[in-house]
Design a protein around this ligand. Structure first.
Ligand code: DQA
Length: 144
């Protein structure tokens, strides 16, 4: 299987960005953990990593995923809360997308309680820090 792991706005700053909320691991640390987890799965799995602070680049990457991958793990960052364009891209591509957030968006500021992408995702994992990406990988590979 091939899974695209796409991270959105400000997630390149993980490690130094509000570590009390997002933890102290960098995005490279998390991506390395995902690559290691791939090696433990029963199904041979390759992950392709992408991060962008630009909405259109994320949309382009989702389109590319539809041509090249079996599924997507997506943390859109703050785009989660208002990007109808990313939501439409997810509905358009027709491959399963799992939404992941490091923090529990429902226990934070009110504007984070609403995700405009959840309704078109296969599932949502939030609040478990970087472990959420590993959980998403496991369910996408084993429950597909
Ligand atoms: C986030 C939660 C969002 O509300 C926030 O804007 C982020 C990160 C998370 O992973 O917890 O950038 O998606």
């Amino acid at each position: 299987m091939k899974i695209y792991v796409i991270n959105g706005a400000n997630l390149n700053l993980l490690g130094t960005r509000e570590p009390e909320i997002y933890g102290s691991k960098t995005l490279s640390d998390i991506n390395a953990e995902i690559t290691n987890k791939c090696r433990t799965l029963n199904v041979p799995t390759e992950c392709v990593f992408f991060q962008s602070n630009h909405e259109g680049e994320i949309i382009d990457k989702l389109h590319e995923a539809a041509r090249n991958a079996d599924g997507v793990i997506l943390n859109p960052g703050a785009f989660t809360h208002y990007s109808y364009a990313i939501r439409d891209a997810i509905s358009a591509i027709g491959i399963p997308v799992t939404e992941v957030h490091l923090s529990n968006i429902h226990t934070r500021e009110e504007f984070r309680h609403k995700s405009v992408v959840s309704a078109v995702c296969k599932g949502v994992i939030c609040g478990f820090g970087s472990a959420g990406y590993l959980m998403a990988l496991e369910v996408m590979v084993n429950n597909n």
